[in-house]
Write a protein that binds this ligand. Structure first.
Ligand code: GDP
Ligand code: K
Ligand code: MG
Length: 290
């Protein structure tokens, strides 16, 4: 497996989606959008690359949800033969240093992926930074990309496939992720919450899929339940006469239809469930245990 690792918001999930040409891992400008370990499967001819997108590695965190995310991020380092260590342009922070030190402890070959090169107009500055970082840390490979503009992503993809050890396929060749359609549906709804609501709100919500069925007419009928901590949050998500929820639902449905390659009928509900984020057991029951 190939682990995609880096501090929050450097673009790990966006890179994975661009490699696969499909949105399997949700993205937003908010840190901690990725809460679960998600695999992306890229099969070309005789070769299959299995990528693992990870929640960012965090420092001191107080809430239970962050502890669980930490565990998920750490455990994905055990079983990989290559780490794509992602940073953002010419920025190098203490968190980058921390992530790299964890990778080094795991003793796995590491490529430096410098994402968001579209935000660094000065090529010379970019090259100087890459050179300095490489001299200091001796990466096996250094690859500048722009996931957003799909620049150098195919180059990266081909290099990874070439570097793969010969092995049997872990997944059928038409798979793009290890996660179920039901899981993906919940994630897509969560992405819309991340993208369309204020800064605090998404962290206070979770999503459950109550129904996922194929109707006799070949349509996916999906019911999503959005759980929040307070009545005020419920009102914010729903919006004036349901307008906000409607917008998010329409966006989610579009993404689901693209991913499942099928017509989707989506219904969303919002319910108050107090205090869930501080209760690890409740989190586990909602599927946050890996
Ligand atoms: P992650 O937390 O590392 O998985 O980061 P995401 O993939 O969720 O991306 C975080 C934010 O950075 C999102 O708003 C992305 O649209 C944005 N982003 C990702 N890649 C690029 C890029 O190459 N250029 C620019 N300008 N933004 C990017
Ligand atoms: K993010
Ligand atoms: Mg992510």
């Amino acid at each position: 497996m190939v682990a995609i690792v880096g501090r929050p918001n450097v673009g790990k999930s966006t890179i994975l989606n661009q490699i696969l040409g499909q949105k399997v891992s949700i993205t937003s400008r908010k840190p901690q959008t990725t809460r679960h370990r998600i695999m992306g499967i890229d099969t070309i001819g005789e070769r299959q690359a299995v990528y693992v997108d990870t929640p960012g590695l965090h420092g001191e965190e107080k809430r239970a949800i962050n502890r669980l995310m930490n565990r998920a991020a750490a455990s994905s380092l055990g079983e990989v033969f290559l780490v794509l260590f992602v940073i953002e342009g010419t920025r190098w922070t203490e968190d980058d240093e921390l992530v790299l030190s964890k990778i080094k402890q795991a003793n796995i070959p590491c490529w430096l992926i410098v994402n968001k090169t579209d935000k660094v107009p000065d090529r010379a500055e970019l090259m100087d930074t890459l050179k300095a970082l490489n001299e200091k840390h001796d990466f096996e490979n250094v690859i500048p990309v722009s996931a957003k503009q799909n620049r150098q992503i195919d180059h990266l993809r081909q290099l990874v496939l070439k570097a793969l050890p010969e092995s049997e396929f872990y997944f059928p060749e038409d798979y793009i992720t290890d996660r179920s359609s039901r899981f993906m549906a919940a994630e897509i709804i969560r992405e819309k919450l991340m993208r369309f609501t204020g800064d605090e709100l998404p962290y206070a919500t979770t999503v459950e899929i109550e129904q996922f069925k194929l109707t006799p007419r070949g349509i996916y009928h999906i019911n999503g339940l959005i759980l929040v901590e307070r009545e005020t949050q419920k009102r914010m998500i729903i919006g004036k006469s349901g307008s906000h929820l409607k917008t998010m639902g329409a966006e989610a449905r579009k993404d689901m239809e693209a991913l499942f390659d099928n017509k989707v009928f989506l219904e969303l509900w919002v319910k108050v469930k107090a205090g869930w984020a501080d209760d690890e057991r409740a989190l586990r029951s909602l599927g946050y245990d890996n």
